[in-house]
Design a protein around this ligand. Sequence first.
Ligand SMILES: Nc1ncnc2c1ncn2[C@@H]1O[C@H](COP(=O)(O)OP(=O)(O)OP(=O)(O)O)[C@@H](O)[C@H]1O
Length: 344
Amino acid sequence: MTDTTTKTKPSGHTYEPVDGRLLDVEDLHVEFHTEEGVARAINGVSFHLDQGESLAILGESGSGKSVTAQAIMGILDMPPAVIPQGSIRYCGQDLLTMPDEQRRHVRGPEISIIFQDALSSLNPVFPVGWQIAEMFRTHRGMNKSDALDQAVRLMERVQIPAARDRVKAYPHQFSGGMRQRIMIAMAIALDPAVLIADEPTTALDVTVQAQIMSLLQELQEERQMGLILITHDLGVVADVADRIAVMYAGRLVEKANVDELYASPAHPYTRGLLESIPRLDQKGQTLAAIGGLPPNLMRIPPGCAFNPRCRMARDVCRTDVPPLREVAPGRLSACHFAEEVLDA
Ligand SMILES: Nc1ncnc2c1ncn2[C@@H]1O[C@H](COP(=O)(O)OP(=O)(O)OP(=O)(O)O)[C@@H](O)[C@H]1O
């Protein structure tokens, strides 16, 4: 007989993907209404994410990567944020119109996020094991000792040495890399279908960055999660990501699979990013290969937002917004002259 008393599926989730599709973000717009004016942070962003797939969202500081993640997670401060248009469907259900109560079952347990700064995300006054265990107590109704056992197993899975002995240690007693592993443990504790990693390794040194990325990749493959990697540094995510979406001034300017984008970018901005070795995370720093700075989001230039910095810009670029269009099989670019960029 069919159980009509519970909506929970065999995965433990309330929702199941249809044909493997987890997320569908369509024509998303986000504005910030401030005293100085309206900052148009996201201007019509669309992308999807399937089960077991890794999507990297790449762009300079201020391009709208984190705001996109926050909109998906429902953690934008509204106001000042306003979402005037668009939808974010999770397993076919629009998170933007879903009642709060229903949304609480999704955001966290089914779609989870890790941030760059583990120290400010962890509670300094509670032992890390307790913080992980609390997830199992609150959401799975486990008793204290089972929840702590489960926390130890998870700490072992994210390769925290001597996990059983360190379950009672506090966040400040761990290194930056170990704290990020603890954040990952908390983020995957409830077996989310989607994991968003917002600059997960930016604060870490290069060796630790690589270890954290390979841990994320292992977990993603093991659990068949959909993974969104937000980054300013393509080098860090290139081995893990399947597809890349490049953002500029709140729009996607290029979408491609990672190898093709690396081999031959189809947008001058992407090409500039690939040619720029330096620190894209340093706000206000010019990219060597591009020059200039991203626009003020309260005064995005007409036409292509990238035109003031683009060496290829012509008249049409200053008047007409280039649509994101297919410029080669599976390759999308929002450049009037994408074919020329590809051939270059
Ligand atoms: N609370 C806010 N109030 C006003 N404007 C905001 C707010 N949060 C974000 N913005 C605007 O949205 C823009 C995009 O921010 P976002 O954090 O998404 O950029 P990002 O690409 O993730 O860069 P970063 O790596 O610096 O976080 C910001 O430059 C800012 O103009």
